[in-house]
Design a protein around this ligand. Structure first.
Ligand SMILES: C[S@@+](CC[C@H](N)C(=O)[O-])C[C@H]1O[C@@H](n2cnc3c(N)ncnc32)[C@H](O)[C@@H]1O
Length: 311
């Protein structure tokens, strides 16, 4: 598995060429078709480029903005996603629209802690182990803390991945982690490859959600699991009014103050309102072929985790 950015990046001829190749309407769809970018109507090609620009602009301040806008609650939502996944050592995870690596780092921490617990249990149950044997077991664990688990972070945006890689370096994550430039609608991976596919706060930015879901299905192994964490529809009327007020009046202002970018954060808020509600999205996941599809609302439906299996 590639340990760095996908080599296709270099072949695509730098940022402009790469951007056009990555965001072009997938699989020969007519370029003139219209879609939405937040509340604006734009061509599909324009949407891809505009979404790219949004994340290129915010990449360096993305993590800070996430914490500020959600008062840190996005961390809790991501932890819940990880507990729902409950990966075991050996799991191969593809995190699409993985951006700055939040899901990947959680995955690594989760698998490491399971392996540590397994090692402690194993050593406790062995009688008469020498100090050398115990030290060797810990040494082995230190060399391969994830065992055979791996996570691939795939994102269309080179800048988001760059920030993610710097973060990984700073936090000391390298084992079992790779970064690949790729479009969720046309993933650069073989069929039946991954045990789990995650996409967190990514799918609403994709131009053809149905294609992204089909791709998720394709790259998962039979028995594999799809998990999506995304903004959804608030089911409490009072909270819904407060949330609207906060979203439209405060978030773009925070975007301007923290990231110097009102428009990107206005898009963020608008894109949330355009995303299909829980039941509709569940039906789309089923249409892609997934079975046992369900969802869990978090924070009264501000976000939802959808889950489905390739069976
Ligand atoms: C809101 S960020 C989420 C990042 C990360 N998953 C998280 O939860 O913090 C959305 C990400 O989706 C990526 N993205 C948008 N369209 C995409 C596409 N078609 N294929 C892959 N990634 C895409 C953006 O580049 C951006 O990094």
């Amino acid at each position: 598995m590639a340990a760095g950015l996908c080599p296709c990046w270099a072949l695509l001829g730098g940022r402009r060429g790469a951007l056009r190749a990555l965001v072009r309407p997938a699989r020969g769809l007519a370029a003139a078709k219209e879609t939405h970018f937040g509340f604006q109507t734009v061509s599909e090609e324009e949407k891809g480029e505009k979404v790219y620009q949004v994340f290129e602009n915010v990449a360096k301040k993305y993590d800070l903005m996430n914490d500020s806008m959600s008062l840190g609650i996005h961390r809790l939502w991501k932890d819940i996603l990880m507990h729902k996944m409950n990966p075991s050592p050996g799991t191969l995870l593809l995190d699409v629209a993985g951006g700055t690596g939040d899901i990947a780092f959680r995955f690594i921490n989760y698998v490491r802690s399971i392996r540590e617990r397994q090692l402690q249990r194993k050593l406790k149950h062995h009688q008469n182990l020498s100090w050398q044997e115990i030290a060797d077991s810990y040494q082995e664990e230190a060399v391969k803390p994830l065992g055979d688990s791996q996570v691939v972070v795939c994102d269309i945006n080179k800048e988001m991945l760059k920030v993610g890689r710097q973060k990984a370096q700073h936090l000391g994550y390298s084992e079992g982690l790779s970064w690949v430039v790729g479009n969720a609608e046309e993933l650069p991976f073989d069929d039946n490859k991954f045990d789990v596919y995650t996409i967190a706060f990514g799918i609403r930015n994709v131009t053809h959600i149905d294609l992204a879901l089909q791709e998720a299905y394709r790259v998962l192994k039979p028995g594999g699991r799809f998990l999506c964490l995304e903004f959804s529809q608030v089911n409490n009327p009072l909270l819904s009014r407060l949330y609207d007020l906060y979203s439209f009046q405060i978030i773009p202002v925070l975007g301007e103050i923290i990231a110097g970018d009102w428009k990107s954060y206005q898009y963020l808020v608008e894109s949330i309102r355009r995303f299909p509600p829980q039941e509709e999205f569940k039906a789309m996941i089923e249409d892609a072929g997934f079975l046992k599809v369900d969802y869990q609302n978090l924070t009264s439906g501000i976000v939802a985790i959808h889950s489905g299996f390739k069976l």
